[in-house]
Design a protein around this ligand. Structure first.
Ligand code: SF4
Length: 183
């Protein structure tokens, strides 16, 4: 029987969730026994060669490229897992959601101490290849159906590993109380 195929994506995140995944250390060798790898920044495979069984999604959606990527993952993956607070709730990037986008752009490119001198012509980046910013940062489940949610910033490596093995082997994933409670 062929092994399940796992894919991963990083949208509007900091790659901390991927780093936490890699913190499973030598258990990645156990994982290699259980799964095959599909499209992921971990192996730098950039396109879907075939449909995947499970995808781990880091980050929410802050531009149109993220929306496109997430929809592609939904189309090509049987199970989508939102990994970390950015994917689940928008996380840190969603702090901009209460600020008009014009103000965000002015702060980033015109007014902040690090950019005001470097941008004397007061230009907003406008190359047509740049993705368009959305009006706000959206959690993944507001764009496509997500099947599972792994909380944490980032979720700890044990949690990611345990959930992945549970999904691959058809067991129930453990979600201890301390990872879902809020202080
Ligand atoms: Fe980074 Fe935390 Fe967001 Fe993961 S949840 S992408 S670690 S900020």
């Amino acid at each position: 029987m062929s092994k399940p195929i796992i894919a991963t994506a990083s949208l509007a995140g900091c790659f901390g969730c991927h780093m936490s995944f890699l913190d499973i250390d030598e258990r990645i060798l156990d994982l290699v026994e259980l799964v095959q790898w599909g499209k992921s920044p971990i192996n730098d495979i950039k396109t879907f060669q075939q449909d995947c069984d499970i995808a781990l999604i880091e980050g929410g959606c802050c531009n149109d490229e993220h929306i496109h990527t997430l929809r592609e993952f939904r189309k090509h993956c049987r199970i989508l897992v939102a990994v970390g607070e950015c994917a689940i709730m928008g996380g840190l990037p969603a702090m901009r959601n209460n600020i008009p986008i014009k103000e965000c752009l002015e702060e980033a490119y015109l007014n902040s101490p690090s950019t005001s001198d470097a941008n004397p012509d007061k230009i907003f980046p406008n190359d047509e290849e740049l993705p368009m910013l959305l009006d706000k940062v959206y959690p993944c489940h507001e764009i496509v159906k997500m099947d599972y949610f792994l909380p944490g910033c980032p979720p700890r490596a044990d949690l990611i590993y345990g959930a992945l093995v549970a999904l691959v082997t058809g067991q129930e994933a453990e979600l201890p109380y301390e990872v879902v409670k809020f202080d």
